[in-house]
Design a protein. Structure first.
Lengths: 388, 388
């Protein structure tokens, strides 16, 4: 009898909340639970215009806000203590957000959590017209493996994730090319799978025969000499990610996985900070890589001035022919809504490439800013051109 | 100059908060940041007695609580708007917790998140005397791979994680035995790695030659016929996890991984609900498994009455000799501080085994309740006995 009473009691609680929710969601037909929610969570929701509606049970709070896209939207409380609030229409794609409860910035208890802005926080998926390319489809799926390793260079534990395509598991002999793919600032090695859906993008591309089956490795772009982390956080340190990647990660991947371990079968790309980092890495290691992708970033960032190829990056772009001969693909991408200084900074870099007669592919993601849909689309386009 | 000003401004903000924190943490020497925190987060902290101290910046909140171990601890606010609160001493090991802010139950923005109690929430790691066995040590590490699959039985996307030991990657030929390992109620397929540290436990055991190298597969124990999910949540449905495991997961694992695909090299275990589930599965599929582990649970749960082997589980334990001949290991474990009905329920089950002359191994985890340290220790003990 006790347990029955508990069930009835809990049932009442839930129906009270549900009824309360229904009051404010008469337009449930257009508002739908976000794909980025935890299993079974009704809120947050997104409507056809890309408006986001969040909800939080906080009966004794005096002020609750939805903090999304750089703007704070006041939420309102109903009699049951449930706060609900709605944003302006958002761009298509993935956005970080948080809730503010009486001055506390907190993750929304209903969303899944994503590492960005230097912490695990909430994310909201606004459906995009072209979302099929990164959706979970009935196609053969690869796997994503977490690999923990101790770095002798940083004297610390580090981690990378490895995407292996479905065909990797069809036999124990085939070898595969590898793309090293880096996140942006204040993100980490989880970003390209959790926010970027890199695994699903490749699963879909490969199933349609639009990309060669490949391995993707995502590592953490923050790497410091022992004792140097604090200095680097103050902007005084120097990342040794290039060393970690070249001396530790690549040899480890080539040992653990059936890779094609030469430059002709190795690509490197990154987004924002990662684009900047990987451009430096590729130009200093042309014996290791034959393909480069820079998503929303170039190594002249944040500078927008005309670039002198004789001095920029120690003259790495001085000899255009040599760059053309070495790199089978030099790829740059940008969203059409990216803020300053990205358009002008990338523009100055492109002008330098033009001046030097360096071949490159340039892609623009329609109606997206410095956010993950730009990078998902960039990956889709870039990956389809690799290892051809 | 602008960026310099910003740095100075941010510096002031942080030192204000830091100073405020220092006021309340004069005993920082005994309180240390928890291992379960997000990178770089100072709070929550744990001291030598297992007291947990949490912190939240919520300047306008009127009531903030630390909600841990079934008890709510009032937190207090300092002048800077920072709330701090401290719990009673906790058991060693991992505990779920949350913060309550003016009536809202929220994840602590500083902790990592773990799926338990039906949602992603905060967790706190209280150091244990024997923590070395699940610590990240300088030993060869295996990998944990996420595998997404479509189930034709549930007509839904599902996911499992596969631990492969370090030696799996030493060549492309060796084959390995497999342990299928299940989570508890309101947890999911992520639990055994995120909370249970199953990968680190096996890495450590294997490095010390205390366990045979093995593959571990963790799937989701909730599986329903299409359209039946709602019925099951009301307690009316029937889980078809056994079908999914036997007909879909095991064949998939045997295809994708280099397994030893016979009963002599296949074990199954689970915790709490998972112990109950996997006991039913093993006894109905003795042609598929030769080893069973029940961590804090048996299939008579929640019953504590004397068990009649002639009727219990359709007489599966009626013939003790047959069970002894078929199962190379029948393993049961329990924490010494487990609440009712676990001790009596497992006790009744053991008494039945004794009566039937069925051999089993029984392990007790000292000073732990129905929580993850009990199950980490259970896995350590159980895994060391497998495939011998």
């Amino acid at each position: 009898m006790l347990s029955k009473n508990i069930i009835v009691f809990v049932g009442c609680l839930f129906s009270q909340i549900c009824l309360a929710q229904t009051d404010q969601t008469s337009d449930l037909k257009t508002f739908r639970s976000a794909e980025s929610n935890q299993p079974g969570k009704l809120f947050p929701q997104v409507n056809n215009e890309g408006k986001v509606r969040a909800s939080l049970y906080a009966p004794n709070a005096s002020k609750v806000q939805l903090d999304l896209g750089g703007k704070k939207y006041e939420m309102t409380k109903n009699e049951a203590g449930l706060w609900t609030g709605e944003s302006d229409p958002q761009d298509e794609g993935f956005h970080y957000y948080q809730l503010n409860v009486d001055g506390a910035s907190i993750p929304d208890p209903n969303s899944r959590y994503f590492y960005g802005a230097g912490r695990l926080g909430s994310g909201i998926e606004v459906p995009a017209d072209d979302e099929a390319f990164y959706a979970l489809q009935k196609v053969p799926h690869g796997m994503v493996s977490e690999n923990i390793y101790y770095s002798d260079l940083t004297k610390s534990w580090r981690r990378c994730f490895i995407y292996t395509p479905a065909s990797y598991y069809e036999n124990n002999k085939s070898r595969f090319p590898v793309l090293y793919l880096q996140h942006g600032s204040f993100e980490d090695e989880t970003g390209w799978v959790n926010q970027g859906k890199a695994n699903l993008i490749l699963d879909n591309l490969i199933a349609q025969n639009k990309a060669k089956p490949m391995i993707i490795v995502t590592d953490n772009g923050y790497a410091f000499k022992p004792g140097d982390k604090e200095a680097t956080q103050k902007g005084q340190g120097v990342s040794i990610f290039e060393d970690v990647l070249i001396k530790e990660v690549i040899p480890m991947i080539d040992k653990r996985f059936r890779t094609l371990a030469d430059r002709e079968h190795r690509a490197i790309a990154g987004l924002s900070m990662g684009a900047n980092q990987t451009m430096r890495i590729v130009m200093r290691n042309l014996d290791k890589f034959a393909y480069y992708g820079g998503f929303s970033g170039t190594s002249n960032y944040p500078n927008t001035d005309v670039i002198d190829p004789n001095v920029f990056m120690d003259g790495k772009f001085k000899n255009g022919n040599e760059v053309n001969n070495k790199l089978k693909l030099f790829w740059l991408g940008l969203g059409t809504k990216e803020p300053a200084p990205f358009p002008k900074s990338v523009g100055a870099f492109k002008a330098m490439l033009d001046q030097q007669g360096i071949s490159y592919t340039y892609y623009e993601s329609p109606k997206t800013a410095h956010e993950w849909l730009t990078w998902r689309r960039s990956l889709q386009n870039f990956a389809s051109l690799l290892f051809r």
